[in-house]
Every structure is written in structure tokens, then in C-alpha cells.
Design a protein around this ligand. Structure first.
Ligand code: PTJ
Length: 251
């Protein structure tokens, strides 16, 4: 990896970029993952590379949904696996939840390699190998899910999604939590809860709220879910970005 000094003002962002580049070199991340990451960076810039208040609120709602779930599953693609492997393991343990590799650019070898990578970083019993096309309405490789994992899940966390699977999972009656820096994406709009934040910050934030909410019990979790308004949350984050741009225009 290239040596980036900690004093660099964009240290975290540049290190994150390096992780993705290394991931492409090792085959864990698809080449298209570089483009997806660049799209994300542009929106992160509009957030000032910090978690907006709306994402904090969405993270709490996400945590409550995960705690209330009968079979919660964290769905992981290439970008997510290299950006937050230990953080996913911590979230898996805190809920507890299942972890399943689900890929758009799927090869069975990539699923095997990503599962091994996640398990090396602490995730347990990673699912996804040998998954069959079970999600109705999808004609691409993301339709593949395991029966004990995504197929039978009631709540699914899908970071960095590409849109139509989120809708397909909603059509199956599931609660879908997404992490997407673009609040205008189809994924963000069709989700039950969308965290507009970088997955590097979002996953530990959800874990923090899981640990905080856990001792409070199901009544408190249901209150958090009830109070959350997905459409209003997306409007809040768009206003936050617009206000930051307005402030910049005054320079
Ligand atoms: O590993 P695979 O084969 O499953 O492929 C995964 C990618 C990411 C290549 C695939 O899902 C894809 O092409 O995604 P899209 O359609 O480019 O969508 C990615 C979305 O994630 C975009 O809306 C980005 O703004 C957002 N995004 C990118 N990086 C981050 C992010 N959101 C949060 N944190 C990030 N670090």
C-alpha cells in the first residue's frame, strides 16, 4: 500500500481508497467496484466526510430493526468486505446476525475468497457458497441467496446496493436497511431505512446503537422503529447537503 502520512487532511478517505485498490488487485473487489467507490466519494464530499445527524437517526432505527428481527442477515459484497470486515464481525456478534456474501459480479471463486476473507477477520459461519437463484423478479446473479440466510431473513442489511435487489427484497415482505452515500439512488428510495453515510462510519455506528439499545428491550426498540420516518430522513439529508453547498457558494 502507498504510504499516506496520518497528518494528511484526507488521510481516512485516501486510506479507504487504497483498501479498494488493493481489493481489486487481489480480486476481492470487482473492477466496477472502483467506479462505485468514486460515486460514493463524490457524495461523501458533500457530507464533509462526516456522519450527518439524519444518518445517526437512521443508524438507531437500523439497530432497532436488527434487534427486533427473527432472522437478521448482513449481506456483503466485494467493496463492503474489504472496507469493513472487522466492523461487520463486531455487528454480527452484537445483534447477533448471519453474514452472507451476495455479489453482482458473481463467480463461485469470488464468493469462496470473500467468505475466507470475512472469516479471517472474525465473521462466523459466512453463508453464500452454492447459493441458488431464489429471489423472485431478478435476472442477474444477485438473485442467488441461501435458504437459511437472505431467502428466509425478515431483516436484511445491504450496504452499497445497486437498486433492484432492494426492491425485490421489499416485494418479498422483508425490512431492508441500506447504506448508500447517494440519497437519490433507487436503493435509498426503495429501502425501509437508508443510512446516508460512508459504510466505514455507518457499520460501527449501527453497532454502537445496537449495544446501546440492547439492554432497553423490545418495547424501546419498537418505539425507535415507530418514530422513524424514512422519507423525512432522506429529505433531511438532502437539505443538509444543499445547506453545505449554499454555505460554500458564499465563499
Ligand atoms: O462486489 P459486487 O460484484 O457485488 O459489486 C459491487 C458493486 C459496488 C460494484 C455494485 O453493487 C455496483 O455497481 O454498485 P453501484 O450501482 O455503483 O452502487 C453503489 C452505490 O453505493 C452508489 O450509490 C454509491 O454512491 C454508494 N457507495 C459507494 N461507496 C460507498 C457507498 N456508500 C456508502 N459507503 C461507501 N464507501
Amino acid at each position: 500500500m502507498v504510504n499516506i502520512p496520518k497528518s494528511h487532511p484526507r488521510y481516512e478517505s485516501l486510506m479507504t481508497r487504497e483498501r479498494i485498490v488493493e481489493g481489486v488487485k487481489s480480486g476481492l473487489v470487482s473492477p466496477e467496484g472502483l467506479i462505485a467507490h468514486g460515486r460514493g466519494e463524490a457524495f461523501d464530499y458533500l457530507l464533509g466526510e462526516r456522519t450527518p445527524p439524519a444518518a445517526e437517526e437512521a443508524a438507531r432505527a437500523a439497530a432497532a430493526h436488527l434487534l427486533l428481527a427473527r432472522n437478521p442477515v448482513l449481506s456483503v459484497n466485494g467493496n463492503t468486505a474489504v472496507l469493513v470486515p472487522e466492523e461487520l464481525a463486531a455487528l454480527q456478534a452484537a445483534v447477533p446476525a448471519k453474514v452472507e456474501v451476495n455479489l453482482f459480479h458473481r463467480t463461485e471463486q469470488r464468493v469462496i475468497n470473500l467468505s475466507a476473507h470475512l472469516e479471517k477477520h472474525g465473521c462466523r459461519n459466512v453463508l453464500g457458497r452454492g447459493a441458488e437463484p431464489t429471489i423472485p423478479g431478478l435476472e442477474h446473479e444477485r438473485a442467488r441467496s441461501t435458504v437459511e440466510g437472505i431467502f428466509s431473513a425478515d431483516v436484511v442489511l445491504v450496504p452499497l446496493e445497486d437498486g433492484d435487489r432492494c426492491q425485490a427484497l421489499r416485494n418479498m415482505g422483508k425490512t431492508v436497511i441500506v447504506v448508500d452515500l447517494n440519497p437519490l439512488s433507487r436503493t435509498a428510495r426503495s429501502a425501509s431505512v437508508s443510512l446516508t453515510d460512508n459504510v466505514r462510519r455507518a457499520v460501527p455506528l449501527i453497532t454502537k446503537h445496537v449495544l446501546d439499545l440492547k439492554p432497553k428491550g423490545p418495547e424501546a426498540w419498537r418505539e425507535v422503529v415507530k418514530a422513524f420516518d424514512h422519507q423525512r430522513n432522506l429529505r433531511d439529508v438532502l437539505r443538509y447537503m444543499a445547506d453545505r453547498m449554499d454555505a460554500g457558494a458564499g465563499l
